[in-house]
Ligand binder design. Structure first.
Ligand code: GLY
Ligand code: MN
Ligand code: MN
Length: 461
């Protein structure tokens, strides 16, 4: 991306923190995994959004006059032999269009100087371990200079509010990256489906990790750096465990496989789920539930458009799923009543216990308030019929072009008294990524088929 975009984002922050404000944005810490071995480094999303800089040991300061200062790792010929290239403070201003750059070792010396004579210090609250204490230490140093005429900031404010609103609506560059990430993930799902059917046809043993390997192959072959979250590859009854991870369980002929996996590309996540028959052919009961989940997703997609509320797709999905649960005998009308009763009592929760979507962006569960900002004061309370908890209802966010969300209804049937046995242990979720457009929404993950017939055709080939 042209560096102008990052500069424009920093300018928007500067404008919002006010002329007497200063904003502090660290990147993430490197995390040890075990002896001499770190977890793969992943930059902080806010930091990357404002710099495009991927190195660890870096810290961005934006002041209300529109100037930005980067503190980063200094050039070090010996360390670079071990850890790789560093941009260094000398090259950073030209490469990243920041106004100044300093060695990160000067952070504690420079920050009190930069904080002096500002009124408000902004930083992301409760994100970076130890940052609150460090800010406190820097402010203590500024205060020591008050008797020499310096002014010390009197307010600390959470920068997340400003950045979350900015990140919630994706610009053209972000949308393009997200389309590419979703396309890679779609190819990975296609590859896993084909592999499952091909190996079973050849009489080979298939395990969940075989399919996980296919996903990873396609992610990396497509240029993605990593999976955006731990891939779920769940064979048979494992699909009913919502946070299951790809493991060693056998993928059996006749069972379904649920794969929830998406790659991260240049800092942007995709989040895609498909459920398919391991051998390429749905059984009757599998197909009945699959078609129900797909119909509920179609209902949710139809209402995903500007002006709708974030909760509208969920409500549309629930309506279709609840009706289907009654029609298929998962719920007993004589016990739970009709459609509206099932919705009001949340009786559907036995088989559908999560929401239909979330914001998607740099983080798989991306930032951004789910409440419409102008309506936060309109709060009503109700008792949740399932948990008994008091729920505070505030008007849900109004969708606008450029927002990106997942649409992911599902159905998970654990064996229980009164539940028809032909549906036992079936877990199905269908998840696509949607960009809200002027006229509706664009599903960017449909490079992998979603209709049952199309999945069967793909797996037969
Ligand atoms: N893969 C995480 C989710 O679907 O929310
Ligand atoms: Mn999701
Ligand atoms: Mn998912």
């Amino acid at each position: 991306m042209s560096n102008t975009l990052y500069a424009q984002r920093r300018a928007r922050v500067a404008q919002q923190i006010g002329p007497q404000g200063i904003a502090l944005i660290p990147t993430a810490l490197e995390r040890p995994r075990n002896r001499d071995n770190d977890f793969l480094f992943r930059f902080d999303s806010y930091f990357h959004y404002l710099t495009g800089f991927t190195e660890p040991n870096a810290f961005l300061v934006i002041t209300g006059d529109g100037k930005s200062t980067l503190l980063c790792a200094p050039k070090d010929a010996e360390r670079e032999i071990w850890d790789g290239y560093r941009l260094g403070p000398q090259a950073a201003p030209a490469a990243l269009t920041v106004d100044a750059a300093l060695p990160i070792g000067e952070l504690d010396a420079q920050l009190p100087r930069l904080l002096e004579n500002r009124e408000v210090v902004w930083f992301p609250f409760a994100i970076h371990e130890g940052l609150e204490a460090r800010v406190g230490g820097w402010l203590t140093k500024v205060r020591a200079r008050v008797r020499f005429g310096a002014l010390c900031p009197e307010q600390q404010r959470d920068l997340c509010g400003i950045l979350d609103e900015m990140r919630l609506v994706k610009d053209a560059h972000e949308q393009d990256l997200m389309r590419r990430a979703a396309a890679i993930s779609a190819r990975a799902h296609v590859r896993a489906m084909r592999t499952s059917a091909r190996m079973l046809r050849a009489g080979q043993e298939v395990r969940e990790y075989h399919l996980d390997a296919e996903l990873l192959h396609e992610f990396r072959a497509g240029g993605s750096q990593c999976a955006a979250y731990g891939s779920i590859v769940a064979a048979g009854a494992n699909a009913c465990v919502l946070h299951y991870r790809a493991d060693v369980a056998p993928v059996r002929d006749g069972e379904l496989v649920l794969i929830d996996a998406g790659c991260e590309l240049d800092g942007y996540a995709s989040d895609v789920t498909r459920t398919f028959p391991a051998n390429g052919r749905f059984t009757g009961p599998q197909r009945a539930l699959y078609d129900l989940v797909l119909a509920s997703q179609e209902a949710a997609v139809a209402v995903t458009k500007p002006g709708a509320r974030f909760t509208d797709p969920h409500e549309a999905s629930v309506k279709v799923l609840a009706q289907g649960m009654l029609d298929l005998g998962l719920l007993d009308r004589s016990k739970v009543g009709g459609l509206q009763d099932v919705i009001d009592s949340r009786a559907y929760f036995q088989f559908y216990m999560h929401r239909t979507g979330h914001w998607l962006g740099m983080d798989v569960h991306d930032c951004g308030s789910y409440v419409e900002p102008g309506e936060v004061g309109q709060v009503s309370e109700r008792k949740d019929p399932v948990s008994g908890e008091t729920i505070q209802n505030r008007p849900s966010r109004v969708l606008r072009p450029g927002m990106v969300l997942t649409i992911e209804p599902g159905i998970y049937v654990r064996p229980a008294a009164g539940v028809p046995p032909q549906f036992h242990d079936i877990g199905i979720r269908i998840e696509d990524d949607a960009i809200v457009t002027e006229g509706g929404c664009e599903l960017i993950s449909r490079g992998v088929p979603v209709k049952a017939d199309e999945i069967e055709a793909l797996m037969a080939g």
